[in-house]
Write a protein that binds this ligand. Structure first.
Ligand code: FES
Length: 234
């Protein structure tokens, strides 16, 4: 099949039929921020951090397939400010205490906050009361930091295919719960994958922490997005 020609912020790019804007942008060395999206998982378009504009219309770049000739706006000031405001909203609607979090330096939300130079959010903090479920032998689920991206729901399954995590309730009350019976039998690898798939510090491996000191972690070394922009992204 022929390549798909498209443009991002005036840069001429080539993509593959069936690719989403996020995938094709990355293949062309253009970074579009994502949070709920994770390579290999079916995109759900829930966080909207990846919003771009095409023909005057806003769309989620992680779910929108490429169309021949499309001209994508990715870094217009209003788009970037909207992304920054979304990041700020995520910070105020949860309880994110970065300095004491095991995910600090590996956290995608924190890394995006640095990228967008978030200082004091423009919204009031809500300080919600959220549950912590530490009943699983290897994992701890901390609702205070959960951003409801559903990556864990989509990615983590038991050997028989059943989902280890599930979203319960709706709208503002939505929260992630872990299936206690399945979680009781997670292997070390499954527990590690669950922690790694979480973009924030909502799912943490128990009994171990701070093996790599803060300051020497992934986004301490390479700011988020810069590897894609340099064409070396994973
Ligand atoms: Fe596209 Fe979340 S990354 S909507």
């Amino acid at each position: 099949m022929n390549d798909v020609r498209f443009m991002i912020d005036g840069k001429e790019c080539l993509g593959k039929p069936g690719q989403t804007i996020v995938e094709a942008a990355k293949a062309n060395g253009v970074y579009i921020p994502v949070l709920c999206h994770f390579e290999g998982l079916k995109p759900v378009g829930s966080c909207r951090i990846c919003t771009v504009r095409v023909g005057g219309r806003f769309m989620a770049a992680c779910t929108q397939p490429l169309i021949e000739g499309m001209a994508v706006e990715n870094t217009a000031p209003d788009l970037e400010d909207m992304r920054k405001s979304l990041i700020e909203m995520l910070f105020v609607e949860g309880n994110h205490l970065c300095p004491s979090c095991e995910k600090s330096g590996n956290c995608e939300l924190q890394a995006l906050a640095y990228r967008y130079q978030v200082l004091a959010p423009r919204f009031p903090y809500l300080w919600p009361r959220r549950d912590i479920d530490a009943s699983a032998p290897l994992l701890m689920l901390d609702g205070n930091r959960c951003i409801q991206c559903l990556r864990c729901v989509r990615a983590c399954r038991a050997k028989d295919g059943r989902k280890v995590f599930a979203a319960v309730d709706r709208s503002r009350r939505v929260k992630i719960e872990v299936d206690k019976k399945l979680a009781a039998h997670l292997s070390e690898d499954q527990a590690r994958r669950a922690m790694d798939i979480c973009p924030v510090g909502a799912i943490l491996r128990k009994e171990t922490g701070f093996a790599v000191p803060i300051g020497r972690r992934k986004y301490d070394a390479v700011p988020i997005g810069s590897d894609v922009e340099k064409g070396t992204g994973r």
